[in-house]
Design a protein around this ligand. Sequence first.
Ligand SMILES: [Zn+2]
Length: 232
Amino acid sequence: MEKEYGVEELIAHVLNLMGGQGISDNDYVQKIGDEYGSAVSRIVVYISTFIAFFNYLVFGDEDVNISIFKNHSSFIAAYDPRRDMYSVIISNAEKLAKERYLGYVTDFNEDGSFHELFQGVGPFLLSIALHEVRHRLQKKKRVKMFSCNRITRDKRINHFIKFRKYLYAYEKKTCREGHVWKKIIESRYSPKEFDADFIDHYFSAEIIGRGRLSLSEIRTILLLSPIRLFNE
Ligand SMILES: [Zn+2]
């Protein structure tokens, strides 16, 4: 049977396996540490290494292009489809290091009942990286996207999709009422984001809820397809 990893084990394994491949320049990591503190440089190294690893899991040994920016947007990480480049943003890693992320992830059962799972920093950083790699898979047309009206044969998956659909409707309404610029709402709640948000949510529920996942199970989640689920 294939080895399964708990969150901490997975993180240790990935860091060891990639040997800091996310950021090849160790002096630069040192510089970030000197300027922002080791907690911030650790977050930056973790996210870039996780991105490099997930990218490797689905694209094989293709070169991975990750840039580190000091200040940019409100995201910790992003994928730029035009330049085919991932980025990690230090100022937002700094925010995360200060706030510490104490969030919950909703997990669903087949019958639609649900419960909340505590999401620590580790699973949160893994899910961010997974989200960005899903965006690259969308761009490279390696996956069919999940949309808000998609119904699959997997009853549990359908609850995740429905949840995301209502969440998006609610958040979009709140944004409109708060007079957020229409273009910002459209890009934040686009079909691409719906698909990537659904995938990272499902991954978090799986790894936290089950406690352990094998690398091929993670790969399967990254490549999850509504068509494949439908045909099974
Ligand atoms: Zn996204």
